[in-house]
Design a protein around this ligand. Structure first.
Ligand SMILES: [Zn+2]
Length: 150
């Protein structure tokens, strides 16, 4: 819930900022004086205004891309940036070592993000695996005897 609230807050903040930029753009280019009762549209007829709106649109697209890209590499629990990318698998020996992937972890142990590098059919979603709160449980689980009751 906190993860999506942060995403929505970033979208609202960027939307407000970019809408203010659009309003200031409209303020800087006042509409042409009316010809009789008809006011000609600025977009598509005024080259300067049309180019400015194009730059504004590119800015909006880039901002949206950056927001989604930043959100993708954040921890789902604490919202910190995921760190320590580790490459697994092999490009030249996929059948032996598995598909090439990159794993990112939260430095506070909340989870792991596994992202495929080898993508044939479009962009695949990354896989988030939450970890348990007790980090010693996973470390001690490998040293336990398999026949020992828990
Ligand atoms: Zn975390």
């Amino acid at each position: 819930m906190r993860y999506w609230a942060y995403f929505a807050a970033k979208l609202v903040a960027a939307g407000a900022l970019l809408y203010g930029l659009l309003l200031s753009l409209s303020w800087m280019w006042p509409p042409a004086p009316p010809v009789f009762t008809y006011i000609p549209p600025r977009f598509g007829y005024d080259l300067g205004f049309t180019l400015a709106v194009l730059v504004w649109f590119l800015l909006c697209s880039g901002t949206l891309y950056l927001i989604v890209w930043d959100q993708r590499y954040r921890c789902r629990v604490c919202l910190r940036r995921l760190r320590m990318p580790v490459e697994t698998g092999s490009w030249s020996r996929m059948l032996q070592f598995g598909l090439p992937r990159i794993e990112y972890i939260c430095t506070y142990g909340h989870g792991t993000l596994r992202e495929d590098e080898f993508q044939i059919s479009g962009l695949a979603n990354a896989e988030w695996t939450p970890h348990s709160d007790d980090m010693w449980e996973e470390l001690c689980a490998s040293s336990k005897d398999p026949g020992e009751p828990t």
